[in-house]
Design a protein around this ligand. Structure first.
Ligand SMILES: [Zn+2]
Length: 190
């Protein structure tokens, strides 16, 4: 495992600074924390059935703060913004992120994450996809780079024994309609 090209470039350009108890990447304060801190809070939300709230808070934070900061600072838009954030995510330990398909016109895509450390830690501790933090990151970044509000749902998860986590990104109304249809079909089955 070598050292990330993006982080090397940022270091040389003095876009990563660590001093006086602060770590700044592109001027934004960051925290390095053990993976287990995220895993424990996700597990707690899973047990209390509050993962949707977790998702909403993270999505809002990503969309309103970090991706907006990067967009403003580097003037990156659409695909270039999404690619830059994907690379930074990989370089800072969130997993190896790949865009399988992205459609900037129809505002949808499929994203896969290998070596997702949180999901690996939670392997066989949950019975449904757990990476609401990654889904929220995907939704927040995609909403900003598509310039249209989208949502993101995890359909495969390493915590369930899949070789990677897979996320579907679609326009918000489409996902909501699917949920309504699904809940109706459950009612009809009963
Ligand atoms: Zn997952």
């Amino acid at each position: 495992m070598g050292f990330s090209e993006l982080l090397t470039k940022l270091l040389f350009a003095r876009k990563i600074e660590a001093r006086d108890g602060q770590l700044l990447i592109v001027g934004v304060p960051m925290l390095i924390t053990p993976v287990t801190f995220f895993a424990y809070s996700l597990l707690d939300a899973f047990e209390k059935n509050t993962l949707q709230d977790y998702y909403k808070i993270w999505k809002r934070a990503v969309n309103e703060t970090f991706s907006a900061d990067v967009e403003k600072q580097f003037g990156l838009k659409r695909g270039r913004l999404a690619d830059w954030l994907r690379e930074l995510g990989g370089a800072t330990g969130w997993g190896q992120i790949d865009f399988v398909t992205v459609d900037y016109e129809k505002h949808r895509g499929i994203v896969r994450v290998k070596n997702n450390p949180v999901a690996m830690f939670l392997s066989h501790k949950v019975n449904k996809p757990i990476c609401y933090h990654m889904a929220a990151l995907g939704a927040g970044v995609a909403s900003r780079s598509f310039e249209e509000e989208v949502d993101c749902v995890e359909v495969k998860c390493m915590a369930l024994g899949n070789p990677y986590c897979e996320f579907i990104i679609k326009p918000k109304e489409e996902i909501e309609n699917e949920k309504i249809r699904k809940s109706f079909s459950n009612v009809l089955k009963k």
